[in-house]
Design a protein around this ligand. Structure first.
Ligand SMILES: Cc1cc2nc3c(=O)[nH]c(=O)nc-3n(C[C@H](O)[C@H](O)[C@H](O)COP(=O)(O)O)c2cc1C
Length: 180
């Protein structure tokens, strides 16, 4: 049985989760940029950082993939917004529907992890995007802001890290259930 962990990470938090998961399960982890064919893998675990709702590299990596009987797909998003907030989880799942065909999404097990951000390390493009979003949110009345937006305003310009490797435990268990 061959399994693979594929990750899409721009600034490293998703890569760190993927590497930890690899260490704990013995499944090799590769960046989506280096991933070869997935069709011969029994379990595919995809971890991707959230960027404006989209999961980095996900659509590109899974394009054209159709799961055969017995093949399993585990999707893990890594973002700043707290996934224990139902509203945030709902938003992530809605945007996953835009990125993947229903046949794949219906068969995937989905998990959400929290990453971090260091504004000093952002690319010029990302910093500009965040600034524009911050400015527009500042003009939105507090009571109209979503939990995600409030969290964004609180962490704007800072270095925060919510990475918690213990949150990998349910994912490890899901992988183990598929391999028994
Ligand atoms: C331009 C930009 C857009 C982002 N959009 C989202 C988002 O829509 N939802 C979210 O939860 N986090 C968002 N984030 C935060 C990232 O998902 C978070 O920093 C994550 O840890 C990045 O993973 P990486 O370090 O593996 O690239 C965004 C960050 C940047 C820089």
């Amino acid at each position: 049985m061959e399994h693979i962990i594929v990750y899409g990470s721009q600034y490293g938090s998703t890569r760190r989760y993927a590497e930890k998961l690899s260490e704990q399960t013995g499944i090799p982890a590769v960046s989506y940029k280096d991933a070869s064919t997935l069709s011969d893998k029994d379990i595919i675990v995809y971890l991707g950082g959230l960027y404006a709702g989209g999961v980095l590299g996900l659509a590109k990596t899974l394009r054209g993939l159709s799961l055969q009987d017995g093949q399993k797909l585990i999707l893990v998003t890594v973002g700043l917004a707290d996934p224990s907030e139902p509203e945030n989880q709902h938003n992530i799942r809605t945007s996953l529907q835009r990125q993947l065909p229903a046949e794949l999404l219906d068969r995937a097990k989905i998990f959400h992890l929290r990453g971090g951000i260091d504004y000093q390390k952002l690319s010029f493009g990302h910093r500009t995007m965040m600034k524009l979003l911050y400015q527009s949110l500042q003009r939105t009345p507090f009571e109209k802001q979503t939990a995600e937006n409030r969290a964004f305003i609180e962490t704007y310009g800072k270095h925060v890290d919510f990475t918690d490797f213990r949150a990998l435990e349910p994912i490890i268990q899901a992988i183990q259930r598929e391999t028994i």
